[in-house]
Design a protein around this ligand. Structure first.
Ligand code: PLP
Length: 414
């Protein structure tokens, strides 16, 4: 029920545009609070994907016939739209991948092969998702470089003084997330890049959890690489973005080889295409890319200003809810944050709580959220229960969560 007349009425911004969130014929609906794992899809994306298959489906960058040219044009238009969306200076600096994981692996793989050598150091924050941690472990092992941990403080923030103290003459790269998928912390990427660049260090940013919440301006942040997945920002699955500064992307060794990315091929050797094709081997996710264009238009009409306001209200409401509950500790208290809340329970296992919530149609995530080292660092051995909100979440979602948490206590605590 909406609390009418109260200051914190939460209607759920643009909620009607998300079919999966609609109540069914019996009035039942899912209270989807697992938006860090993946976001729900607006109708316009669903329609655009099907429109592509019905009207534009031909392989891109290959055929000379009209349909193929149309498909290619549509594909390249979205590349330009993504560049404008994250304020990348040139469309060529946008590489379509299968997801943030592939984007991050592509960068780490290149660095491990071409840049890192024995004795070099890579600073990786302790709040990284495994996708921005394990590739560095692998590449450091391969090149005999050393991984250096940048530890967050007790509030769950990354401190620049601490970073300064970790930088040495051997530091080559800093790998850091824009927004933590566990703590919700928004990290000061602009300041991190400024400090790193004073020491000629490259900065690889994992933007996966930022894009649903805050506008991204890669030029202003001056990061060297920025990686994210479309499905975390109301876009299609199976599509990722790798942004890189052009001079760096030009040096990145292809991660995959095959059609599309080659220029001249003889039986013995091949030459490669210029950017961006060089880094996009094989048939890409064309319908996904087309759908992404629709999602970007949708987000433009929603606006990040409106998202900010909706999420501030959601956060306020969520903090009040947590204050009313017993035996819950919030992991991370950063002052710059998005509505991602990882909860620890004094006397319940997060997995058990998630099951009780599921019975009430409340979808949350329990476990380590692909950030085991961070949980270990905060001595959260059982993992946590993550409630991750998006602008379409409403009062009823939070009321269902509160009711579910109370029920879990009744059932699970003796
Ligand atoms: N980085 C962060 C911070 C994430 O939250 C995730 C997914 O949860 C990823 C990277 C990996 O994204 P994907 O699985 O879409 O490649």
């Amino acid at each position: 029920m909406y609390v009418t007349g109260a200051q914190w009425v939460l209607p759920g911004l643009y909620r009607d545009h998300f079919p999966l969130l609609h109540p069914d014929k019996d009035g039942k609906m899912v209270h989807y609070l697992d938006n860090s794992a993946t976001t729900q899809k607006p109708e316009i994306l669903i329609q655009a994907t099907s429109f592509f298959y019905q009207n534009f489906n031909a392989n891109v960058h290959r055929g000379v016939y009209g349909l193929a040219a149309q498909a290619t044009q549509a594909y390249e238009n979205v590349r330009a739209a993504v560049a404008r969306f994250i304020k990348a200076p040139q469309a060529q600096e946008i590489i379509f991948t299968s997801g943030a994981t592939e984007s991050l692996n592509m960068v780490a793989n290149w660095m491990g092969q071409a840049l890192l050598k024995k004795g070099d150091e890579v600073i990786v924050s302790m709040m990284e998702h495994h996708a921005n941690l394990v590739p560095w472990q692998q590449q450091c092992a391969r090149s005999q470089a050393k991984m250096v941990a940048w530890l967050p403080n007790e509030k769950g923030e990354l401190d620049l003084d601490r970073l300064q103290s970790l930088i040495t003459k051997e530091t080559r790269v800093i790998a850091v997330t824009h927004v933590s998928n566990v703590l919700g912390t928004v990290n000061p990427i602009r300041e991190i890049c400024a400090l790193a660049h004073q020491h000629n260090i490259l900065v690889v940013v994992d933007g996966s959890q930022a894009v649903a919440h805050i506008p991204v301006n890669v030029e202003d942040m001056d990061c060297d690489f920025y990686c994210f997945s479309a499905h975390k920002m109301f876009g299609p699955t199976g599509l990722g973005i790798l942004y890189g500064k052009k001079d760096l992307l030009n040096q990145v060794t292809p991660f995959r080889f095959g059609g599309e990315m080659v220029d001249i091929v003889t039986f013995e050797e091949s030459s490669f295409m210029p950017l961006p094709a060089r880094l996009e081997a094989g048939t890409p996710n064309m319908a996904g890319v087309y759908g992404m264009g629709a999602t970007l238009n949708f987000l433009k009409s929603v606006t990040y200003d409106a998202i900010y306001l909706a999420e501030q209200k959601l956060m306020h409401h969520m903090f009040q809810l947590l204050e009313r509950m017993e035996g819950i500790k919030l992991l991370g208290q950063a002052s710059e944050r998005v509505p991602v809340f990882s909860l620890l329970f004094e006397d319940m296992h997060p997995g058990d709580v998630a099951q009780v919530l599921d019975q009430m149609n409340v979808a949350v995530r329990a476990g380590y959220h692909c950030a085991m080292p961070l949980h270990r660092y905060y001595q959260a051995g059982n993992g946590s229960l993550r409630v991750s909100l998006a602008f379409y979440n409403n009062q009823e979602d939070l009321e269902a969560l509160e009711e579910g948490l109370k029920k879990a206590r009744k059932l699970l605590v003796r």
